[in-house]
Design a protein. Structure first.
Length: 233
C-alpha cells in the first residue's frame, strides 16, 4: 500500500472525505464535536482531570506518525487538534479514520490551514473501527490516540486494528486508565452518560496485548497510558 487511492465501495462525501457506512450522513459525535474539541485542547482540563498536558499527546503523536516511511492508519483521528501540524510534515501515505463526518471535516480544515491544501497522500474516511474496510497485513503503522477507553469490547478493538497491521509493523495506542482518583471519578460519571466504556487499570489494559501476537512497551503520564509495539506474527 505505497499510495492511497479511494477503494471500491467508498462514497465521496466531499473532496478528500469518503465513507464506507450505509448511514454516512453523521454520527453521535457530530453534535458534540465543538465541545469535545474545546475540552481536549484545554491545558487546565487535562491537568486537573487527567494529570496530563496537550503536549504529552503531541509528543506521542510525533513518535507514531514519524516512526516509519510506509503507510499509516489512524483510527479515531477526530479533528486532529493535536496532530494536524504533525501530519502536515509527513509525506507517508496516511488514511485517517473516524465515525464522525463532522470531525473529519474539522480535520480536513486543519490540514488545509497547515499546507494550503489537502495533500494527495492523506485521505479521510468514515468507517466502523470494529469493521475496517481493509485486508489483513496492509499497513506499516497503526495509530489510535485516546480511543480504547471508549469501548467495552476493548479486546475486539485491539484485535481489529492489529489485523490490518503488517507483520513487523508498529503500533501506537493511548488510552485513559483509572490511575488517579479524580480521573476515575470523572470516568464513572462519563460512563453513566454512555461516553466511556468499562473502566480499566493499567494492568488490565496491558493484559489486552498478552493475547495478541505483538511485543510492547508502555509508559504512563497521569491517567493516560501510552503503548507502542510491534506485530511479530
Amino acid at each position: 500500500m505505497d499510495t492511497i487511492k479511494s477503494q471500491e465501495g467508498w462514497k465521496e462525501i466531499e473532496p478528500g472525505i469518503f465513507s464506507v457506512l450505509d448511514n454516512f450522513s453523521g454520527s453521535a459525535y457530530d453534535q458534540k464535536a465543538a465541545m469535545y474539541e474545546k475540552l481536549v485542547s484545554s491545558k487546565l482540563y487535562n491537568k486537573i482531570i487527567w494529570g496530563t498536558s496537550p503536549d504529552d499527546y503531541k509528543e506521542f503523536g510525533k513518535k507514531g506518525i514519524f516512526s516509519e516511511n510506509g503507510s499509516l492508519l489512524d483510527v479515531g483521528c477526530g479533528g486532529l487538534i493535536q496532530t494536524a501540524a504533525i501530519y502536515s510534515q509527513t509525506k507517508r501515505p496516511c488514511t485517517l479514520v473516524d465515525s464522525s463526518i463532522e470531525m473529519l471535516k474539522i480535520a480536513k480544515g486543519r490540514l488545509i490551514e497547515q499546507t494550503g491544501k489537502l495533500r494527495d497522500s492523506i485521505q479521510l474516511l468514515q468507517a466502523d473501527a470494529f469493521n475496517l474496510p481493509f485486508a489483513e497485513n496492509c499497513f506499516d503503522t497503526v495509530c489510535s490516540f485516546g480511543m480504547i477507553h471508549l469501548f467495552d469490547n476493548k479486546q475486539e478493538y485491539v484485535q481489529e486494528l492489529l489485523r490490518v497491521l503488517k507483520v513487523g509493523g508498529t503500533f501506537y495506542f493511548s488510552t485513559m486508565i483509572t490511575h488517579r482518583w479524580i480521573s476515575k471519578l470523572y470516568m464513572q460519571q462519563l460512563r453513566k452518560l454512555n461516553e466511556f466504556g468499562e473502566l480499566c487499570s493499567e494492568k488490565e489494559i496491558l493484559a489486552l496485548f498478552k493475547e495478541e501476537k505483538s511485543r510492547i512497551k508502555s509508559y504512563r503520564k497521569g491517567s493516560m497510558l501510552f503503548i507502542e509495539g510491534e506485530k511479530i506474527r
